[in-house]
Design a protein around this ligand. Structure first.
Ligand SMILES: [Zn+2]
Length: 147
């Protein structure tokens, strides 16, 4: 079987990639600033379609509030809003920062192929289990909690 390689998009020179990354950083900064100022019981945060339609908490429910709490260095509050997001956030933040650096520096993703796949499957299973458990009466402490 022949290997099929998809053409990679050409982002050109370092200056172009740096400008692209700068735009993404500005957008991310604007998003973080918006979350900094909202999403803590104000009702202005990101609505969850799963929760709106079913009344159940998905794995991501409370994540924007948890991010806001993390931005304010309120770690216990962040854990109560979404423990899975709070515990995984440093790893995903480090991954995306490394990915951004690799993109700007080399123009390609030199990070993803170094990340082993098995831990990612474990993380996915844990996140899915978290989404199920937080809806069971015995594990209601995992549901987003207003504190
Ligand atoms: Zn949700």
């Amino acid at each position: 079987m022949k290997n099929i390689r998809l053409p990679r998009p050409d982002f050109g020179k370092l200056r172009v990639r740096a400008a692209f990354a700068a735009v993404l950083c500005v957008l991310a900064g604007a998003g973080l600033f918006w979350i900094w100022n909202t999403a803590d019981g104000t009702g202005i945060g990101f609505p969850c379609l799963v929760h709106e339609l079913t009344g159940l908490y998905c794995s991501g429910c409370g994540a924007s509030r948890a991010l806001r709490a993390l931005l304010h260095f309120q770690f216990y509050k962040a854990l109560r809003y979404n423990a899975a997001f709070t515990l995984l956030f440093p790893f995903f933040a480090a991954y995306f920062l490394a990915l951004g650096y690799s993109f700007v520096r080399y123009g390609e993703d030199r990070v993803s192929r170094r990340v082993p796949v098995t831990p990612l499957w474990v993380i996915l299973a844990v996140v899915l289990a978290f989404g199920i458990l937080r809806n069971l009466p015995a594990f209601l402490f995992l549901a987003p909690t207003f504190i």
